[in-house]
Design a protein around this ligand. Structure first.
Ligand SMILES: [Zn+2]
Length: 252
């Protein structure tokens, strides 16, 4: 029986929930927006899937600004920008907005030069088109392999946000959003939402534990704890996220 399970998991027909360890038919999981029906664990989504479940059908149009950035930078960066973050114009329940979605599956969604440029482009486009900006964040933080140029993106994106403060911005923290992304543009939104169980913070809990030599509480840096401390406005289940975003977009 264990062998049958292993084969079914390997070929993707069944998926094991990392939280409750139940085996779920992948098709059912897909229908349930990749939320475990047993324990409500929210699986991580890649950017393409996130766009499909959030935006109205066929409404997502990547920004031309992205294409211009890609032309300047050449091949490898085109691949990177296409994978580390996606952005464009979209409609949610027929309400127009600019949407950016970070992709944790690509290099931990880390923010290097290209991602920084993409975030800034999205903010500028939202300002020019007078549309609200919705940012789905999922990142391990700054791409430290790029050294000071990676860290520099914190400053650049914060400055871009300062210049576009009149643009309504909604951040959705998804699992995980850490490091320089939390500590820069993501936390400068007007409204901050999160998916249940997301890890949100600056340094990861293991790093902090090793530094201060002290055990941290089990829910440390969870969305639930941050909500109780007033850092977040609301935790929204994935099934309610589209409705909630549409409700908020109607304000602007
Ligand atoms: Zn589960």
């Amino acid at each position: 029986m264990t062998e049958v399970l292993d084969i079914a998991k390997k070929d993707g027909r069944w998926t094991e929930c990392p939280s409750c360890k139940e085996i779920i038919i992948t098709e059912k999981l897909e229908e349930n927006l990749w939320v475990c029906p047993h324990c409500n664990y929210h699986f991580r989504l890649n950017a393409a899937r996130r766009i499909v479940i959030t935006c109205d059908k066929d409404s997502f149009a990547p920004l031309p600004i992205f294409a211009a950035d890609l032309d300047k930078k050449g091949g490898s960066d085109s691949y990177e920008i296409d994978n580390a973050i996606k952005g464009g114009m979209a409609r949610i329940e027929d309400l127009s907005c600019v949407i950016g979605v970070m992709n944790f599956a690509y290099r931990g969604g880390s923010m290097g030069m290209s991602v920084g440029n993409a975030v800034i482009s999205l903010m500028k486009h939202a300002k020019m088109s007078k549309k609200p900006l919705v940012m789905f964040c999922a990142s391990g933080g700054v791409r430290i392999q790029e050294g000071i140029w990676g860290l520099f993106q914190m400053l650049r994106t914060v400055q871009a946000r300062n210049f576009t403060m009149d643009v309504p911005m909604i951040t959705v923290f998804t699992d995980p959003t850490l490091g320089g992304v939390t500590a820069s543009f993501a936390a400068l939104a007007d409204i901050m939402l999160a998916e249940p169980g997301s890890s949100i913070g600056f340094a990861g809990p293991r790093v902090i534990e090793n530094t201060i030599n002290h055990r941290l509480p089990p829910n440390f840096q969870s969305a639930e704890m941050l909500l109780s401390q007033g850092f977040l406005d609301r935790i929204v289940d994935r099934h309610q996220l589209r409705n909630t975003l549409a409700y908020l977009l109607r304000w602007f």
